[in-house]
Design a protein around this ligand. Structure first.
Ligand SMILES: [Mg+2]
Length: 276
């Protein structure tokens, strides 16, 4: 999830001031965490608490209310503030921006014919507590499965270029996203959107065209649009493929508030213990 957090932070200053270039200072002085980070942390805590629907709702409301000005969509903001636990049929990209912990939560196993059930179960659940529209759920499923897919390929020692092409085919076939356009083709007409269906395919393409973690984040931000969310989604997948340079993790941790950092450390310990 640190990949998503870094993407969110680096993109935070470009969400409302889009730049259509890869040439920009990576961690600008005024970079900060936004809703993408807060909700990613909430999903991680929800998973560690058991990964039930109630666990996700409780964690999202807890951290959402702790950071009410992090930049949520209007309807999500109302959901956070209210006592309701009912979803509101959103197709917003919020379900994909927060899902990355799911892709790292279970053991990397991947089979082209039987996609890992637990990844699907948790991804669907983490989305459906608010984003229960089919496109909202699809965005989360595609993102979490892309992470799992790349983790599995890296674990197997597979060639990166080959793995990426297989990922492209898998995502296109299973989710119907068009991944045939290059970033240069997407960039000129790409505008701000909060939909999953106009964010997730672009974020995956930003990863597919990347050479390393930093390059992936730069690709995502160079598209413009909802920069922090695009970069958060790309960042989660790029982390699975390349890992994250330790200086970036250190830098991101200094930009996190204490309660969020505490969850991150708990998460890191949790995964370390699992992988022992
Ligand atoms: Mg944001």
């Amino acid at each position: 999830m640190i990949g998503a957090i870094i993407g969110d932070m680096v993109g935070s200053v470009y969400e409302f001031h889009n730049i259509k270039t890869k040439d920009f200072p990576f961690f600008r002085e005024d970079c900060h965490f936004t809703d993408d980070t807060v909700m990613t942390i909430a999903v991680a805590e929800g998973l560690m608490n058991g990964g039930t629907e109630d666990d996700f709702i409780e964690a999202m409301k807890k951290y959402g209310r702790m950071y009410p000005k992090a930049g949520y969509g209007m309807r999500f903001f109302h959901w956070l503030a209210s006592t309701t636990t009912e979803p509101y049929n959103s197709w917003g990209n919020g379900s994909a921006m927060r899902v990355s912990p799911v892709g790292f939560f279970v053991e990397p196993s991947w089979d082209a014919t039987a996609v890992d059930c637990s990844v699907d179960t948790y991804a669907r659940r983490s989305a459906a507590v608010t984003h229960n529209h089919p496109e909202g759920i699809k965005g989360a499923l595609a993102t979490a499965n892309a992470i799992m897919f790349m983790r599995y390929r890296v674990k197997n020692g597979d060639e990166m270029g080959e793995a990426k092409e297989e990922l492209r085919t898998f995502i296109q076939n299973r989710y119907g996203y068009d991944l045939s356009r290059t970033l240069d083709e997407i960039r000129p007409s790409y505008k701000f959107t909060e939909s999953c269906q106009e964010t997730v395919p672009q974020a995956i393409t930003a990863f597919l065209e990347s050479t390393d973690f930093e390059d992936a984040i730069r690709n995502a931000i160079s598209l413009g649009g909802d920069s922090d969310t695009l970069a958060a989604i790309t960042g989660g997948i790029a982390q699975a493929a390349y890992g994250v340079p330790s200086w970036m993790e250190e830098k991101a941790l200094t930009l996190l508030d204490e309660p969020l950092r505490a969850v991150y450390f708990k998460w890191r310990d949790y995964l370390a213990e699992r992988d022992q």
